[in-house]
Design a protein around this ligand. Sequence first.
Ligand code: 6PG
Length: 247
Amino acid sequence: MTPRNRGRLTVLADATQIARGLGDLFLNRAKSAIRERGAFCVSLAGGSTPRAAYELLAKEPLRDEVTWNDVFVFFGDERCVAPDDPRSNYRTARDAFLESIPIPAHNVHRMRGELPPQEGAADYAQTIRQNLGDSPRFDLVMLGIGKDGHTASLFPGTDPMTDDAQLVRATYSQETGTDRLSITPCVINNARTVVITAEGTEKAKAIATAREGDYNPTATPIQIVAPTDGELIWLIDHLAAGMLEKK
Ligand code: 6PG
């Protein structure tokens, strides 16, 4: 078995430091991608953890450091709800920063959660293929981790490699009772940089299992995250790191 890529772990003081670290990473990767390739393609994380970083990107100094015309925003996963639904990851990002920055509307590619799930998955796979080709390589994929070890919308109980080549998969969250859309591991692991953020005690067990437990991605899907030619960065706070042997 290939050695697991556990990535680079940074343990920060609190949620504020995570937001700053994530905002600075976004800016750093955006600048280098635009300098080197003329564009920055990013897949945003869902959930609540990244919101504070999104809000930092919506105001000075970070907002004015990015040439938003050259930024192309995608989503790593979505709840199968309308874009104005409070549960929508698109709405969270729109409200937190997309509507406050000078990014052209056509640079933002939301997952169409309002479609029937299988249709929504096929639709977004086509969107990714049209914009990044058949082997999409994001400059930055942002991820969170659930207390059950899920990431994006890859949940325990299903081998994360199932229909991996589809690029986007329809899944179901038992915890929230919602249909979901998620990019698949081949998309995540083809990225130049993957960053996982987590805060709080409730994530400590999942993080310890993910990084130090037996390798079983069906039980702990985030273990499948191992960029093949890229870097993996964890930005977590002390509470989320609380059950790690090695910090
Ligand atoms: C989602 C996510 C999911 C999230 C984790 C952490 O749509 O909920 O993409 O993978 O990142 O569940 O969520 P929190 O940041 O809210 O703890």
